[in-house]
Each structure stands twice: as C-alpha cells, then as structure tokens.
Design a protein around this ligand. Structure first.
Ligand code: MN
Length: 234
C-alpha cells in the first residue's frame, strides 16, 4: 500500500466541542436549516410552510464554549448588522443516508445550544442578487456552541423554551415544539441530500426576535434542559 506523503504544511487541528459529563465531540460538518420557525419565517418576509432548505458553515467556524464560561467572538469585518440567531444544535453520533424520520433518534448523539451568527446586511444583498449566502453566514467564529449534552442524559428533546437575551434584555423566545420541521424530519431530509457522518452538527433554525448585537455586548442563550450559553462580542 502506498505511503501517505509527508505533509508540506501543518494539518489543521480538529475542532472539538466539550461534552457535558466528559469527553470531546470532534466536528465534521456544520449544517444549518433556514427559516424553521413560523414566526421567524414571517419576520423574514415568508409565509409558513416550505420544504426545509440548508446551508453549511465550515467546521472551523465553530467556537466551543465550556460550561460556565463566557465565550468571546470578534465583531466580523464587512458588516454593520451582525445578528444573533439562537438555535438548538443536534450532534450526529452515527452516520447514514436516506434515514427514516422514525429511525432518526438512533443517529443523534446529543444536543447543544448554538448561535448562527449572521452578517444580515451581506446576506440580504446576496438574496437580492440571487447569490450564495456564504459571505453572510459562513464566516470565521460564526457558530459559537455550548457543551454537547448526550441524549443518554437528556432524553429526546422535542419541546422546551429557547431564548436569547442581549445584556439581559430579552430578544428571542420560542419553543422547540414549534419547529416547522422537527429534528427527526430534518435528519430524514438532510440525509437524502448528504451522507451524514459522525461529528456532523445540525443547527436547526432560530425562533423570532433576531436582531443586531454590537461590540461589548453579551448574548445569553438558553434552552430548557441544556443550560445557558454566554458569548461576548469584542
Ligand atoms: Mn439560522
């Protein structure tokens, strides 16, 4: 068998999210679901039910934040309208393709609180031009995440409040039960388009109340059963 060639530059380090109770979850890909709460879809100017659609962020956009700590992200370049989107994140522990919704729970390792940080002005411009959203969504440090809570500890997460406050002022509020496409349905649809792998993260969409966050402010995101995620913008 041929030897792998020596690397001519250092390999990128793996991105590892801490797991509540111990261990680390290595990140493979980051999938995100667009417009998955009716009220948020309306605030973005769309009517209720459409097939789920997806975009991706690079794995190294993930900023793991340990339990009890306040993560820090830098205000990104090229924007004057950085938005917060609090989301339930599903961590895939077992890969697969063409997964039935009924079998989807077997592929879930656990859950976390995540932020889908968005350069809303750039995203809006790309939408208008019919161009990809990458520059609005897939930038560095755009995916902060709290510890992953194993499903073995939380049970299946199908309801519970999801909220975000900025400097203590409530901004976003919803309930996981109000996802247009449930976690199981999302996994089923995703796995028809991509082969899911252990290490994939799925940001499942944000409830209403998205808005701008500025330098010096602190976001506190919470999901019932998963604790809190605090992230400061510098
Ligand atoms: Mn989002």
């Amino acid at each position: 068998m041929a030897q792998a060639p020596d690397l001519v530059i250092p390999a990128p380090p793996p991105v590892v999210v801490p797991v509540a109770g111990g261990g680390g979850f290595p990140v493979h890909r980051v999938y995100c679901v667009g417009r998955n709460y009716a009220e948020h879809a309306r605030e973005m100017g769309h009517s209720d039910r459409e097939p789920p659609f997806f975009f991706l962020k690079p794995a190294d956009a993930v900023v793991p934040v340990a339990d009890g700590e306040t993560g820090v992200i830098d205000y990104p370049p090229l924007t004057a309208d950085l938005h917060h989107e609090v989301e339930l994140v599903v961590a895939i522990g077992r890969g697969g393709r063409d997964i039935d919704a009924a079998r989807a729970p077997h592929h879930v390792f656990g859950y976390a609180i995540g932020l889908d940080m968005t350069r809303r002005d750039l995203q809006a411009e790309m939408k208008k031009l019919g161009r990809p959203w990458c520059i609005g969504k897939a930038f560095e440090q755009s995916a902060p995440i709290g510890p992953i809570h194993p499903k073995a500890a939380t049970g299946l997460l199908a309801r519970g409040a999801i909220t975000l406050a900025v400097d203590g002022a409530p901004r976003q509020r919803g309930d996981i039960a109000d996802l247009i496409w449930s976690v199981d349905e999302t996994i089923a649809v995703l796995s028809r388009a991509w082969t899911l792998q252990p290490g994939d993260l799925v940001y499942t969409g944000t409830p209403a109340g998205v808005g701008a966050v500025r330098r010096g402010e602190v976001m506190t995101a919470a999901i019932e059963g998963l604790g809190e995620l605090r992230v400061a913008v510098r």
